[in-house]
Design a protein around this ligand. Structure first.
Ligand SMILES: [Zn+2]
Length: 210
């Protein structure tokens, strides 16, 4: 019924999680309602975000290519402590921890968790960078470093944690740091994206050594 171009656009919106057939068609039709200036601004932003945004060379969080050396704001923030390093899977997980507003340490994004069944191995993560340079450089600044693991619960989380621990042991780094993970009591397959602030604070405060 609708012109093919609208159907095509509508189908493209379906790449986003949670956007089904109905909402993607609505988005496509809403776009047509925009006046030409708003439409051009939107197009400009779509291109700009792709060209300008990259990942921080130090921690893997989002950064702007305009920022010095593509280092993100969190890494540049000198008020943050360097004796706590939170390891997470995705750059968006950083936002979940930030929501708690009580964590003032640093982050390291792994990009993926090890999951051999899905053909994801250590080389598809930033674990080698973590162990070879990130942790050693933080240990130079502090005598004791706390590495906080924050992964979605599941087999990949267990496999990745065990791998990191073994590697740190192998490199003789384990004796200088403690590894903790967030409190028990979070649902097994909790979704960090929807964790509320109170749960996040509780989980951070109740973390335990592993
Ligand atoms: Zn960073």
């Amino acid at each position: 019924m609708l012109p093919q171009a609208i159907e095509d656009l509508s189908e493209k919106f379906q790449v986003f999680p949670g956007i089904g057939k109905r909402s993607s068609q609505k988005l496509a039709l809403d776009l047509l309602e925009l006046d030409i200036q708003k439409y051009q601004e939107l197009l400009g932003s779509l291109q700009q975000v792709r060209q300008e945004i990259s990942f921080c060379k130090t921690c893997g969080f989002f950064s702007s290519k305009k920022q010095s050396n593509s280092i993100c704001e969190i890494c540049q923030d000198e008020t943050r402590n360097s004796y706590q390093l939170c390891i997470l899977e995705k750059p968006t997980d950083v936002l979940t921890i930030e929501k708690s507003q009580i964590f003032r340490g640093k982050y390291h994004v792994l990009t993926n968790l090890i999951s051999p069944l899905d053909n994801i191995f250590a080389e598809n993560t930033t674990i080698s960078q973590l162990v070879a340079s990130r942790i050693p450089s933080l240990l130079q600044k502090n005598n004791d470093l706390e590495v906080i693991i924050f992964f979605r619960a599941g087999f990949a989380a267990e496999a990745t944690t065990a791998y990191i621990k073994d590697l740190l042991q192998e490199k003789g780094l384990l004796k200088n740091l403690k590894i903790t993970k967030l409190a028990q009591g979070l649902p097994l397959y909790y979704n960090p994206d929807t964790l509320d602030q109170a749960t996040m604070i509780q989980a951070l405060e109740d973390r335990r050594e592993i």
